[in-house]
Structures are given as C-alpha cells and as structure tokens.
Design a protein. Sequence first.
Length: 144
Amino acid sequence: MVSGKDTEKAHKALFEAGLSIRREVAGDSYVDASLKRHSSDFSSPLQEIVTEVGWGWIWSRPGLDRKQRSLINLGMLCALNRSTELGVHVRGALRNGVSQVEIRETLLQVGGYCGLPAAIEGFRVAEKVIEEYKKENGHVKAKL
C-alpha cells in the first residue's frame, strides 16, 4: 500500500521536474510571472496541476522530443483558438529549436484540417511572437 507520504513525494518530484522543463521551454520570466499571477488560494492548485501533470509528467515522457511536442502543441492550440497559450508555445517552440518554417507549416496544416480562420489567428499570434523573439535575441527582422 502506498502511504500519503510516498504520494506526496511523487507529486513533489513531478512538480520539480515539471518546473524545470517549464522554465527551459517557456523561460524563467514567463514562469515566474505565471506562478505569481496565479498564486491565490483559488488558482494555485491549477498551477500545481499544470506544472506537475502537463510539464512534469507529459513533457518528461520518452517517445517524443521537445521539438515534436512543441509542434503538436502549436497545432492543437491553434486549432482550439487558444491564442494566449499559442503565443507561449510559439516562444517555447523557438527555444526548443523549431524553425519558423516548421511553425508556418504546422499552422498551414491547421488551416487545411481545422479551418482557415483558426490558421489566420494562429499566424497573427505566431508572427508577433517570432518578431519579438528575434528582437530580444539580437535580430532586426525575422526571416523564414
């Protein structure tokens, strides 16, 4: 039988692993701001679940690398019209080595299978994030 202490240790290990991966993908400033913004008694449990399950359990699994996971997330978030999270994951994809061409092609794929309005919004979000990312990293204008 698993004790409450063992379960607590497992949750803590997944949270810590998730926090590390989340920081590597999304960046320290984003993660710090998100944790601070959602630190109330009401919303902190969601941050714990997102970090533990989403980042600690799913993103640490073998079978797909971070680049592949980023591309999958871009497609799903674009198709679901989740623009805020799409922006976070476009930045994360760039940090994971996904090229602008790969981002573009993923969003075009969404247009073909999920509808052009979703792809149009995805392109708006992605282009803005890509330009910001390039400026932050010393590039004047992003090129494909």
